[in-house]
Design a protein around this ligand. Structure first.
Ligand code: FE2
Length: 233
């Protein structure tokens, strides 16, 4: 099992605060059956230069890797890139793909999306050489008309839900339905720490198996391998 969305690198964003916390998160993930984690720190292009972000990410990764052992899953580098107008023309996007993959994990703003933004996501999602994954789409349900998810899905845009949405009383039915239908292709933890946003992938996948069924569960695992399998090579 791969956790494709995780703020496990220490001291780089609002995720793990220290190497110790990162190790706790990694061990918890491993105990829940995760053997590979894609570390996806936030990249805010309007606040941070790409060079600085990539340098900080590398430093945080090395600090952590000095302390990891067999009790931890493998770690690959990725990023959670905040959308900005013009992102589909940004030539540096390549550097933000998850290591060994074509995946860009894109975070959208937490306001109603403009039609211009929707068009641009669509453009980005249909570009060659990019597998676009929209992060935690359940956090945008209130901002986006339902048909948009279907339109995205129909155009090959991939969508990720957070494990917590499957454990949430209000969200779970809709998210499970979208998993079953194939609109949602990934479930990641988006874990930030060991308290309020701790790793919770095992209970979420248990619930998926129970409610959405084995076929839906197996499909999610297969897609992790298909899109992120290269991350460990
Ligand atoms: Fe995140």
């Amino acid at each position: 099992m791969t956790d494709i969305h995780c703020h496990v690198l220490p001291g780089i964003d609002d995720g793990s605060r220290s190497v110790e916390m990162s190790l706790e998160m990694l061990r918890e993930l491993k105990s829940q059956g995760v053997d590979r984690v894609i570390a996806t720190p936030h990249f805010y292009p309007t606040r941070n230069s790409p060079e600085r972000f990539l340098r900080n990410r590398q430093e945080a990764y090395e600090r952590l890797m000095n302390e990891t052992d067999d009790s931890c899953p493998e770690i690959s580098l990725g990023a959670e890139v905040m959308y900005f107008e013009g992102i589909s023309r940004y030539e540096g996007l390549e550097d933000f793909k998850a290591e060994g993959t074509d995946v860009i994990l894109l975070e959208m703003p937490f306001v109603p999306w403009t039609s211009r933004a929707i068009d641009e996501v669509m453009r980005l999602g249909t570009m060659n050489g990019i597998d676009l994954v929209l992060a935690h789409i359940e956090r945008y349900f209130e901002y986006v008309k339902k048909h948009v998810w279907e339109d995205f899905s129909g155009n090959g845009i991939l969508m990720q839900a957070n494990a917590e949405s499957i454990l949430d009383r209000k969200l779970r039915r809709r998210v499970l339905r979208m998993i079953k239908k194939g609109t949602i292709s990934f479930v990641g933890t988006d874990s930030h720490n060991m308290s309020g946003r701790a790793p919770n992938i095992a209970p979420a996948f248990d619930e998926i198996g129970r409610t959405a069924g084995k076929e839906a569960y197996d499909r999610l695992i297969r897609l992790q391998e298909r899109y992120f399998g290269g991350a460990s090579e």
